[in-house]
Every structure is written in structure tokens, then in C-alpha cells.
Design a protein around this ligand. Structure first.
Ligand code: PLP
Length: 375
């Protein structure tokens, strides 16, 4: 099938673009000896896991279901972090995962022995209390009052026996200069216990596959931890794995005017690209400009009842007409994993653009997916 014949709305993940990212990540692994695993919460399109597995060391999960998906579909190293595990899930999680990261010393006291008895590794998430993100409280695990990771004040060295690694996750879409600052805080606060560890996990939020990302600085951070403390280094990016590797194709259903030209699409910010509203951000749209760049300005709206279901204002070379197809960029990550059927909206189909340019629809959704989540 050709790209312009795909049904809409449809997420399309481009194999060549995904592989381009994977090659960049693999380069970091090969030059430093670190291990990089996919944070599935950003991108769980398991049809692509065999390709991901050719390049990365495995996957990490936010809980039981992602852990099971990683084990079933990736089948390599499988890690998990959850702020608190459930008693009725922990045994299955331990059976599925190699590294189980605990968020507090009370979780350590509760679950450490179980994990060790199963021959799996216990990690502890630490909170270096080093905020490097501005104005993004929603995404800052180091914000005051954060529930993530043990602070130095709460640290209990007497309980470290059996814990083989420390884990921190403090970044979001950031460059390696912020990692370097964070590592300094980690060393200042927790450096005394690093020599007794086997590994350290730098978490996610590293925008490694972004054009301006400073990869040499990342690699010097990794090497420093390896050489100074003899640690194995893990990174678990989500975004960077599938950054700019996918699209959301939609169709103009109608145009109306109310002080501004408005185009109504068969997709929805609220249902199909919720981060547009939650982050919030304005997604890239192929063949469009910022307001003022091109002569015809439109506000693009979704077809739900929510007034705020607006994707953004975009300008075009020509007036939009009913049936035009609009292609949003960077739609592989935090899109299909977060979508909803609010308003009974159907979920977008999922397709792959193969390396030869041919497209294949791998999943379509309808009424059943709406109904089966309700009762
Ligand atoms: C969200 C998250 C990641 C992945 O973050 P990205 O911003 O997608 O790279 C990795 N580890 C943990 C613990 C996370 O919460």
C-alpha cells in the first residue's frame, strides 16, 4: 500500500527512521560498552521490537503489563521500575524481569529477599534532588515533594546489602550537559556507596537522537562512571528510540469560519495525541508553517466535543479543502501508548512504512475496542 492510500486516522512508524535512531544508540553502546534499553512507556509498538532488539540490550517497564510485553515480544534484558509494587503482582514481575528497581527502603525491606532468592538483581532508585528542567514541574522527578527515589536524608546504608545497583531518572528531553550536572549531584550525595555497586542506571530523558545532542559528553559521563567506580552503565531512553520516527495521518472533514478559518480533522488532540494538550506542545505538520509563514492560516481542531481539542494554528500555501490529508510528525512516541476512546472516538490504525517505501497496516480498531473497556 502507498503512504497516500493509508486509511485515516493512522499512526505510521517508519522503519528506516527508527533504524536511524537505533544506529545512533548502538554507536554509543559500541564505543562505551554501556547498555541501552527501551523504556516501553514511550513506545510499545511491539511489531517493531524485533528491529529494536537487533540494536539495543532489551527493555524496561513501568509495571507488570509492560514487563510481560517486553518479555514476550523483545525477549532480551528485561528491567522494571514502579514507585510501589503490588503484593499480588510482585511474584510474576520477578519471574519476568532481570532487574527490579525499588523506590524506597520500605519496598527494599518488603521485597529484596524475594528478588534475591529468585536470582534477580535489586536496584534502588535514588533522588539526587538536582532539578535541571525549567518550568516543567509535571516532568521533574526532582521537584520538591517528589515521590520518586530515596533522598540522601532518607538513605539507610545499613539496608544496602544485596542491592547491586543505583538508578536515577531526572531528565526529560534534555541534553548531556544536564546529565553531567546531575551526575555531579549523584556523586556528591551518593558517591560513598558507588564503589560497592555493580551497575548504575542513568534513567531516561536523554534526547540522544536529536540533532543538537552532545554525544561525546554523554560518552564521557558513561566512561567516568565505568572507570572511577567500575560500574556497568545502563541508559533507558524512551523518546530517543523513536524520536521523529512516526507520523499521524489525518483527513480534513470540514472547514468552518469563526473569526479564524478552522479545519476539523478525523483525528483528535485529546484522544490521539494527548501530549499535545498535556505537555503541551505544537506537533510538526508536513507542508505547513507557523502562523504568518504562509498565506492561508487555519486552526486545526479534533472531532470531539471538547472545546480545548485544538492541535494548533498552522499556515498553508493553499486553502484547505474537505478530503485533504494532513500528516503530523513525531507521532511514534507517547501517542499510541496514551490514546483514549473518549467520545467513542475510534483509535487510529497502526501502520509500518517499510524500508522500500511500501506501507502495511498492522492493526485497525473499531467499536469493539471502545466497548470492551466499558461495562
Ligand atoms: C519516563 C521514564 C523513562 C523514559 O523517559 P524518556 O523521556 O521517554 O526518555 C525512563 N525511565 C523511567 C524511570 C521513566 O520514568
Amino acid at each position: 500500500m502507498k503512504f497516500d492510500q493509508l486509511p485515516t486516522p493512522c499512526y505510521v512508524v517508519d522503519e528506516a527512521l527508527l533504524e536511524k535512531n537505533l544506529k545512533i544508540l548502538r554507536g554509543v553502546m559500541d564505543r562505551t560498552g554501556c547498555k541501552i534499553i527501551l523504556a516501553q512507556k514511550a513506545f510499545s509498538m511491539y511489531k517493531m521490537y524485533p528491529l529494536v532488539a537487533e540494536y539495543l540490550s532489551g527493555a524496561t517497564a513501568s509495571g507488570l503489563h509492560e514487563a510481560r510485553l517486553g518479555q514476550e515480544e523483545m525477549g532480551k534484558e528485561n528491567h522494571v521500575f514502579s514507585p510501589a509494587y503490588r503484593d499480588d503482582e510482585i511474584d510474576e514481575i520477578i519471574s519476568l524481569c532481570d532487574h527490579i528497581i525499588l523506590n524506597s527502603f520500605s519496598q527494599v525491606e518488603k521485597f529484596k529477599d524475594k528478588v534475591l532468592q529468585a536470582g534477580k538483581k535489586v536496584g534502588l532508585r535514588i533522588n539526587p534532588e538536582c532539578s535541571t528542567q525549567q518550568g516543567h514541574g509535571l516532568y521533574d522527578p526532582c521537584a520538591p515533594g517528589s515521590r520518586f527515589g530515596v533522598t540522601l536524608e532518607q538513605f539507610r546504608p545499613e539496608l544496602l546489602d544485596g542491592i547491586s545497583g543505583l538508578h536515577f531518572h531526572t531528565l526529560c528531553q534534555q541534553n548531556s550537559d544536564d546529565l553531567a550536572v546531575t551526575l555531579q549531584a549523584v556523586e556528591e550525595k551518593f558517591g560513598a556507596w558507588l564503589p560497592q555497586m555493580e551497575w548504575i542506571n542513568f534513567g531516561g530523558g536523554h534526547h540522544i537522537t536529536r540533532e543538537d545532542y552532545d554525544i561525546p559528553l554523554l560518552e564521557s559521563c558513561i566512561k567516568r562512571m565505568q572507570e572511577k567506580y567500575g560500574l556497568e552503565v545502563y541508559l533507558e531512553p524512551g523518546e530517543a528510540v523513536a524520536l521523529n520516527a512516526g507520523f499521524l495521518v489525518s483527513t480534513v472533514l470540514d472547514t468552518v469560519r469563526n473569526g479564524i478559518e478552522i479545519a476539523l480533522l478525523d483525528t483528535s488532540a485529546s484522544c490521539h495525541m494527548p501530549d499535545v494538550l498535556e505537555m503541551p506542545y505544537r506537533p510538526p505538520l508536513i507542508d505547513s508553517g507557523e502562523p504568518g509563514d504562509k498565506p492561508f492560516l487555519y486552526r486545526l481542531g479534533g472531532s470531539t466535543c471538547m472545546s480545548g481539542d485544538i492541535i494548533g494554528d498552522y499556515s498553508f500555501d493553499r486553502p484547505l479543502k474537505i478530503g485533504d490529508r494532513l500528516v503530523f510528525g513525531d507521532m511514534a512516541i507517547y501517542s499510541m501508548v496514551k490514546n483514549t476512546t473518549f467520545n467513542g472516538m475510534a483509535l487510529p490504525a497502526i501502520a509500518i512504512r517499510k524500508k522500500d517505501g511500501d506501507c502495511e497496516v498492522v492493526r485497525e480498531f473499531g467499536y469493539e475496542e471502545f466497548k470492551t473497556r466499558l461495562a
